[in-house]
Write a protein that binds this ligand. Structure first.
Ligand SMILES: [Zn+2]
Ligand SMILES: [Zn+2]
Length: 93
């Protein structure tokens, strides 16, 4: 176990992530959740890692998020500098 493992999933693909804020107990779901990437809680701004990640059935055809993906809340988007749900993001390491 390395210290780098902050999320249940450790691959290069996008997953569906389930988040629960440890501070305010807010729960949310994201169709764009990545290994070792947190998302910010909308309520209290805490960085939260997903407690559960589920691989997409078809990685090339990701389901749409119900709400627009909050890029400013997503660590992966900030690292990439663009929307992490775009096709290029899956192939970038
Ligand atoms: Zn919170
Ligand atoms: Zn993102």
């Amino acid at each position: 176990m390395s210290a780098e493992m902050k999320t249940p999933y450790q691959g290069n693909r996008r997953t569906c992530g389930y988040f629960e804020c440890g501070k305010c107990s807010k729960r949310w779901f994201s169709a764009n959740s990545w290994a070792n990437c947190n998302q910010k809680c909308k309520s209290c701004n805490t960085n939260v890692y997903p407690y559960k990640q589920v691989k997409h059935e078809k990685s090339d055809d990701p389901p749409k998020e119900i709400r627009p993906h909050p890029q400013e809340m997503c660590q992966k988007c900030r690292q990439l500098g663009f929307f992490c749900g775009s096709r290029i993001a899956s192939y970038k390491r």
